[in-house]
Ligand binder design. Structure first.
Ligand code: TMP
Length: 208
């Protein structure tokens, strides 16, 4: 099957910009590619995502978040990711199950084994060949978003976002062959140039 690539990072890390740039590059090179995002890649996910981001903070428990992000993911895997890969396309997802591990696991403090187990059910065990982590200091990322209306996650205290970032770095350290960690404070052009060699190497090799 062709490549599955995910982008991860905290708030305002620039992962949506980079996933779009990579998708555009592949399309220009006539490499069939699909770009999706979580939680809003399907209509179902978009509705859940809106509720998760803008719903009443007090009423949404961490477990509810865990299940709803994974409900959106299960739909995205079945509707977009697996069909895309089966059609021979490279699939790029802006966020995937690592987001749940760090936000609901490290950030909200849910048991990591339980999070992994529920993530696995939603992903059907499908793992990306490459995950790009855009590492931006938490306060810088939040500042980038400050002009917009903050959602439930952006309103969280700094300590929450620090736990999320620490979680990402731990995951990246534990699986260095899958993760590419990039200093996200650089220009978007420079970041895209740092990502491309790894993608092009994987494309020429094909997935494991
Ligand atoms: P985004 O569209 O800005 O990436 O917003 C998605 C928000 O939802 C972001 O704050 C991270 C959060 N999130 C989780 O907490 N868990 C998840 O599994 C996913 C996909 C996102």
């Amino acid at each position: 099957m062709p490549l599955f690539i995910t982008f991860e990072g905290g708030e305002g890390s620039g992962k949506s910009t980079q996933s779009k740039l990579l998708h555009q590059r592949l399309v220009k090179l006539a490499i069939p590619a699909v770009l999706t995002c979580e939680p809003g890649g399907t209509l179902f996910g978009k509705k859940l995502g809106h509720w998760l981001k803008w719903g009443d903070t007090r009423k949404i428990t961490p477990i509810t978040e865990l299940l709803l992000f994974n409900a959106a993911r299960a739909q995205s895997v079945a509707e977009i990711i697996i069909p895309g890969l089966k059609e021979g396309k490279t699939v790029i997802s802006d966020r995937y199950d690592d987001s749940t591990t760090v936000y609901q696991g490290y950030g909200r403090g849910l048991d990591l084994e339980m999070v992994t187990c529920i993530n696995r059910a939603a992903t059907q065990g499908l793992k990306p060949e490459l995950t790009v982590l855009l590492d931006v200091p938490v306060s810088d990322g939040l500042k980038r978003k400050r002009s917009e209306k903050p959602d439930r996650f952006e309103q969280e205290e700094l300590a929450f976002h620090r736990r999320v970032m620490e979680g990402y770095l731990k995951l990246a350290q534990s699986e260095p062959e899958r993760w590419l960690v990039i200093d996200g404070t650089q220009s978007k052009e420079k970041i895209a140039e740092l990502i491309w060699p790894r993608v092009s190497q994987l494309l020429s090799k094909g997935p494991k």
